[in-house]
Write a protein that binds this ligand. Structure first.
Ligand code: HPA
Length: 235
């Protein structure tokens, strides 16, 4: 039991999927896991543990933004022994050829600042995905047939960004999409010797202003969960 997770020792699997939204954790657990059990509900941040193809898996909300994700990633790894953490979530496309419903697999996650920034002092740490997870996710994505892009993303601290010039620089430098959690997940995992990856669905487009309706969000979300499970449990 930790400050933010009241699961019992052994209630959290070594493989954890982290959607931002706790209700997405509930939906994914009911949809994809066998025998899902609620293992945490402190502050409404739901976590479920069950099995997928016989492998124990926990699906736990991370909340929105890096400070929230950082709390859960730290406690899941340090206190509950999580070894493989895959963020599943939505992102906003920053490239014309990255379309709504496409999958983005984040090889690196740039940011202005993560909650870990203070400890690095003058070092500009480059958060990157675990290679074995990345490779397995790309293979799984090819198998599902969903259009998939692999590359750098931007983990922002603001959803309502007032810096259009910054988005322009991101686009120029090939960032595929923006979201708000991956850079800190990769950093915390690296610090504690865990594996991490972010598999994202494009829910909106920064250049065109298009956005998925809630029904399409749900169907696209399914492919992402499958890719994350396949990647996490393939090796
Ligand atoms: N900005 C930040 N995070 C996001 C976005 C966005 O446009 N879309 C989905 N997550």
């Amino acid at each position: 039991m930790t400050i933010h997770i009241d699961a019992k020792p052994g209630d959290i699997a070594e493989t954890v999927l982290l959607p931002g939204d706790p209700l997405r954790a509930e939906w994914a657990a009911e949809e994809f896991l066998d025998g899902p059990r609620l293992v945490n509900e402190v502050r409404g941040m739901l976590g479920y543990t069950g099995t997928w193809n016989g492998h124990p898996v926990t699906i736990h909300g991370s909340g929105m933004g890096m400070p929230s994700l950082s709390i859960y990633a730290n406690e899941l790894i340090r206190d509950y022994g999580a070894k493989t953490l895959v963020r599943i979530g939505s992102c906003g496309s920053m490239q014309a050829d990255v379309k709504l419903r496409d999958i983005v697999i984040a090889m690196t996650a740039s940011s202005m600042e993560t909650p870990s920034k203070g400890m690095f002092r003058e070092l500009n740490f480059a958060p990157c995905a675990d290679w074995t997870l990345l490779r397995a996710a790309v293979e799984a994505a090819e198998w599902t047939g969903t259009t998939t892009h692999v590359g750098g993303i931007y983990s922002s601290n603001t959803f309502y960004d007032e810096r259009p010039d910054l988005n322009e620089q991101m686009t120029r430098h090939g960032m595929l999409a923006v979201e708000m959690e991956a850079a800190e997940l990769y950093t915390v995992a690296a610090r504690h010797g865990a594996r991490a990856l972010a598999v994202l669905t494009v829910s909106d487009h920064l250049q065109t202003g298009e956005a998925l309706d809630s029904e399409s969000r749900e169907t696209s979300f399914g492919d992402m969960v499958l890719i994350a499970l396949e990647a996490a449990l393939s090796n």
